[in-house]
Design a protein around this ligand. Structure first.
Ligand code: SF4
Length: 259
């Protein structure tokens, strides 16, 4: 099983194919994934259960980020973006709203031109405090991998058996356009069942859902690094571009493609 865990609260800057030069912020445990999903493509590896490990406090994040920003200033390095990512789902952190305040304040103090991005699986956006916090960042990037519950379950493997796409779409609509939808396209099989979210039926239904959500834009991509499930197939960038064109033609919404 592939497992790439981020060993620090603040990591990088690294080159992100979707966001540019990115300084990563990991609010999750340093030794184990903490997530409400267990995606077949997760770079952190597959988990046994999502579990609360010791998490860094808002003060830990402030201290680590301030030290890193001071070092970057001294080196003359300016990132494009601060990105909440790392070993799981950042919005699960109990102090997530406070940490957004801390990080945006430090951004304003050290690099006011830098964007703040959150990569989230969207499972916590029904909570008002999480939605309000996400509305404060520049790039609120939320996951929608399929319009169909069955495919979503195979790809994302939510721990909550009641999690479903209809509720997700309603919760995404509550952002009133202040969000970016992110979608992983891939095909493969796991535990004897196959899936492919690039079939014409899947793509048409996904376009319909994106039209209902009305995001400011969409990010589409396929596998980048080694995935924990070996039967997964990366979708060629030409196919991703075709899907982006179909979306644009049908809805007017632009999609960036990271192959
Ligand atoms: S949502 Fe992200 S962190 Fe969570 S299992 Fe999926 S890929 Fe991994």
């Amino acid at each position: 099983m592939a497992t790439v865990l981020f060993p620090d609260i603040v990591f990088g800057p690294i080159h992100s194919r979707r966001l540019g030069i990115s300084l990563g912020i990991n609010l999750l445990p340093l030794k184990r994934k903490f997530c409400t999903f267990d995606c077949v493509y997760c770079e952190c590896g597959l988990g046994e259960m999502f579990t609360e490990n010791p998490l860094p406090t808002a003060s830990d994040v402030e201290e680590a980020l301030r030290a890193k920003l001071q070092a970057l200033k001294a080196e003359g390095v300016t990132p494009d973006v601060f990105t909440f990512a790392g070993n799981g789902e950042p919005t699960l952190h109990p102090e997530f709203p406070q940490i957004i305040e801390v990080v945006t304040a430090l951004r304003d103090e050290y690099f006011p031109q830098v964007k703040v991005s959150v990569l989230s699986n969207a499972t916590q956006i029904h909570r008002d405090e999480i939605r309000q916090a996400l509305l404060k960042v520049d790039n609120n990037i939320l996951k929608l991998d399929s319009a169909f519950d069955d495919t979503m379950r195979q790809m994302n493997r939510p721990w909550n058996p009641a999690y479903n796409v209809a509720d997700l779409v309603k919760n995404l609509q509550a952002f009133q356009g202040k969000l970016i939808v992110q979608t992983m396209f891939l095909k493969g099989s796991y535990q004897g069942r196959s899936f492919d979210n690039t079939t014409p039926e899947e793509v048409q239904a996904w376009i319909q859902k994106v039209a209902e959500i009305k995001p400011s834009s969409v990010m589409i991509y396929s596998l980048d690094r080694e995935a924990p499930v070996k039967t997964l197939e990366k979708i060629p960038v030409e196919k991703l571009r075709e899907i982006a064109e179909q979306l644009k033609k049908a809805t007017g919404i632009a999609a960036s493609v990271a192959g």
